[in-house]
Ligand binder design. Structure first.
Ligand code: DON
Length: 304
């Protein structure tokens, strides 16, 4: 099937989207992004590529990078990881503090901010130069040497990152952050600042469609069982308190970021990245979600 034509048709069917949602503004640098950008790129396991719009323009992948940090931490910790972070959907916003006190500093899952901060703490504790090690891991998974952090975005988030500092401090008081808080936050803000195009993002996540093996290098990144579990966590927790809605409408495991990106995986088939910066109140890309809903509906293919 030639998805290029379908992409265009779906985009046209979205109609007038002028007044839908807003770009993230709590990270000052993200306010400067053109709200009307739209890109999509799909990569199949047999290296077919389909794209539309601004698919070769870099954007801030934000929380999507939490999945890659989780993959690396899971490799290092194996099942011990789940002593420090859960695998349950939170049903709360991505930056919520409310459950953390009741749950004695153990985040419900690794994709909410609290959970990603615990994952960051694990990586900071493991490596002498965690930022260097992590970006090299991302480059290996993607096979793209040019992928990097944006210090501009990381510094911008650091300047207003009070809620993440509160989450880290609360968890530290329960003993679930073990390293220096500023070092953990610094790593976390860098992690979230990684920039990719839709083409790069879809290629980076292809190993999760191929049961843990990078289809282009044939290198196994993670076991089949771990790949299954990462996909399961994305399905249940990837969109925070909108994870049910995304499952219901799109029917694929996926992950969003406040930069407006979404990655979705069709195991054994493809990975698809969409980018549209305007967000709904839950911090997820409005057009990205709608586009994916129309795509899996038109192709009659999802995991269900
Ligand atoms: O910590 C934050 O708030 C951001 N760096 C990441 C949040 C995010 O991407 C939520 N996703 N939709």
């Amino acid at each position: 099937m030639n998805y290029n034509k379908l992409f265009e048709k779906i985009y046209q069917s979205l109609g007038n989207t002028e007044n839908l949602g807003q770009v993230a503004s709590y990270i000052p640098e993200l306010k400067n992004v053109n709200p009307h950008k739209f890109g999509v790129h799909l990569t199949t396991l047999n290296d077919k590529h389909y794209s539309f719009g601004d698919s070769d323009e870099k954007f801030s992948i934000q929380s999507i990078a939490k999945v890659l940090a989780l993959v690396l931490a899971y490799q290092l910790e194996d099942e011990k990881l789940w002593e420090r972070v859960g695998v349950e959907p939170s049903g709360t916003p991505f930056n919520s503090l409310v459950q953390l006190e009741y749950d004695k500093g153990i985040p419900r899952n690794p994709l909410i901010n609290a959970g990603a901060l615990v994952i960051s703490d694990i990586l900071v504790g493991h490596f002498e130069d965690p930022k260097k090690h992590f970006i090299e891991f991302v480059r290996k998974v993607s096979g793209i040497s040019g992928i990097d952090y944006s210090s501009r975005i990381a510094d911008s988030e650091k300047s207003t990152g009070y809620t993440n500092a509160a989450l880290a401090n609360l968890m530290k008081s329960f003993g679930n952050i073990r390293n220096d808080i500023d070092t953990v936050l610094d790593f976390y803000f860098s992690l979230c600042s990684i920039e990719m195009t839709c083409r790069e993002l879809s290629r980076t996540f292809l190993f999760l469609a191929d049961y843990g093996v990078c289809p282009y290098s044939k290198e196994r990144m993670i076991s089949t069982s771990k790949s299954k579990r990462i996909n399961a966590i994305m399905q249940l927790c990837g969109f925070y308190d909108e994870a049910g809605e995304f499952s219901f409408k799109v029917g694929l495991p996926g992950k969003s970021g406040v930069g407006g990106g979404i990655i979705a995986i069709h195991p054994n088939k493809y990975s698809i990245a969409v980018w549209s910066p305007r967000l709904n109140a839950k911090g997820n890309s409005i057009l990205g979600m709608k586009f994916l809903e129309l795509f899996t509906t038109a192709t009659k293919a999802s995991i269900f």
